[in-house]
Write a protein that binds this ligand. Structure first.
Ligand code: 4AD
Ligand code: MG
Length: 475
């Protein structure tokens, strides 16, 4: 059976066509707007109501599923080229209009979040989810076209090495009767894996071992963080894309991140025109209710094209600190965290100032102070900064975090010793530096932050089907 998307692209040749879909609206006992999820556009189905019993017409309500057969004709009305002149209509599934939560009116995003199992039947969420799917496809296409291999790193991990965030424990011990060792602690030897295990916060360390054999690899899988971050940018379960490339240095890594992001956004601009146009209009409506100062100065499509067409700014942490120190909000004490000295971690207010006010475009910050970054990052010759990079996006903040990796065994071991990371547990990671070590680099991109940017949505909980966040694991 052809999809509504395909049918809407046909010429009105009066050919007979069968369509299944859900009723969006039913007007004047005559016009059914039918949608099957294939496109943001509905097909208008026109009934000769004299031919139908009153009882049947009553059952054509928002949310009901129908099968219709009819002739595809040129539309008399505005807004569509073709419409279906219905010859046969069957109700597949009724929907009680008094109980169906999704009505043909504007619902708040909060309300829809509570009805996450039905929200995909709205224009906004179906558009977001089609864009999400397209972006995911583009991610694979980019890497596959560029000689990368897709690797699946473990979701259950036995090492707590990364330190990227708080972890979720994985166990099948009876929590009401936990076995204890002599020292009174949990006897993890009795647990399923015979040791403590957690859900992964990143596939990086395993991806590194694979890059050292396959050359160019990427992961694209679920990641979990138990931080209590109740923000519009954090999820407890999110999808991360992590490329890792042997022989790439930090410059190469920055170039890869920029090229990759531009590619997937361009692909989405080319393949999701109708959805993005709808989301742009949605945003324009939403912005009208905001105070002038909070409004975005660029419509969605223009913003996406701008990112695709312009170079990202590359700026060292040290230069960023200089800009921030001398910035208006810092001098006027408008920052919650004032920037006074080199070495402080950048807060999102600082990142947003740089990308949204100062440069007005994506910024790649690099060479961060070693002690605010992870242990595996390549130490610079200055002995105090590491070859780290964060890609910051307007409205989003950190989209990407990555680095060149420390490839020198002795330097890495020294670092691990200083910050107290167990070298025995991570022997397999250190082996990559023992046997044929080489310069290599990679990064992690939070997929939902990318979807957030591409769709112009304001809350990360609205760009994943069933968001996981503190005190919420519904559905
Ligand atoms: O900066 P992060 O913590 O980096 C790593 O985990 C590295 N191991 C990646 C690597 O080099 N291979 O996370 C990477 C990205 C962030 O920039 C952000 O986009 C996203 O993952 N992210 C989150 N997205 C949603 N919810 C959260 N709680 C996130 N935490 C990180
Ligand atoms: Mg980070």
């Amino acid at each position: 059976m052809a999809s509504i998307k395909e049918i809407l692209a046909l010429a009105p040749t009066e050919q007979e066509i069968a369509i299944n879909g859900w009723v969006r609206t039913f007007r004047s006992n005559r016009f059914v707007a039918l949608n099957d999820g294939s496109t943001i556009h509905n097909i208008q189905c026109v009934l000769d109501f004299e031919n139908y019993e009153e009882a049947l017409l009553k059952r054509i309500t928002t949310g009901a599923s129908l099968a219709v057969i009819g002739k595809l004709v040129a539309s008399q009305g505005k807004g569509q080229k073709v419409e279906l002149q219905v010859e046969k209509l069957t109700i597949l599934g009724d929907s009680d209009p008094d109980k169906y939560p999704i009505q043909p009116k504007r619902h708040t995003l909060e309300f829809l979040r509570e009805n996450a199992h039905l929200r995909v039947r709205t224009n906004t969420f179906s558009a977001v989810m089609r864009v999400r799917s397209t972006l995911a496809f583009a991610v694979h296409q980019y890497f596959q076209e560029h000689g990368f291999f897709y690797v699946n790193t473990p979701i259950i991990t036995g090492s707590d090495a990364e330190g990227a965030g708080e972890m979720f424990r994985v166990t099948n011990l009876d929590l009401n009767n936990i076995p204890k060792a002599e020292d009174g602690k949990i006897d993890t030897r009795k647990d399923f894996f015979g040791k403590e295990t957690n859900l992964t916060v990143s596939g990086q360390l395993e991806a590194e071992t694979y890059a050292m054999g396959l050359g160019k690899v990427y992961t694209f899988g679920p990641t979990f963080r138990a931080e209590n971050s109740n923000t519009t940018r954090h999820l407890a379960e999110f999808w991360m894309i992590e490329p890792e490339v042997a022989f790439n240095d930090l410059e190469d890594n920055m170039t890869l991140a920029e090229d990759f992001i531009k590619y997937v956004l361009k692909y989405t601009l080319e393949h999701c025109e109708a959805d993005l146009a709808f989301l742009e209009q949605r945003l324009i409506q939403e912005e009208k209710s905001k105070p002038q100062k909070d409004r975005s100065d660029m419509p969605l499509l223009e913003k996406l094209r701008f990112v695709v067409d312009n170079d990202f700014v590359r700026l060292s942490y040290t230069d960023a600190i200089e800009i921030l120190k001398n910035s208006k909000p810092n001098k006027k004490k408008k920052f919650q965290f004032p920037v006074n000295e080199w070495g402080v971690d950048l807060q999102s207010e600082h990142e947003r100032f740089l990308v949204e006010k100062h440069f007005k475009k994506p910024v790649v910050l690099f060479d961060y102070p070693a002690n605010i970054k992870a242990f595996y990052m390549r130490m610079n010759e200055d002995g105090k900064t590491v070859r780290a990079m964060d890609v910051l996006f307007p409205g989003i903040g950190e989209m990407v975090g990555g680095s060149q990796r420390e490839e020198r065994l002795d330097v890495l071991q020294e670092k691990m010793k200083t910050i107290g990371i167990d070298q025995e547990e991570l022997y397999w990671y250190l082996d990559t530096r023992r046997f044929g070590s080489a310069v290599h680099s990679g990064f992690g991109l939070g997929f939902e932050r990318l979807v957030l940017f591409a769709t112009g949505m304001g809350n990360i909980r609205d760009v994943i089907p069933y968001p996981r966040y503190p005190k919420n694991a519904a559905f």
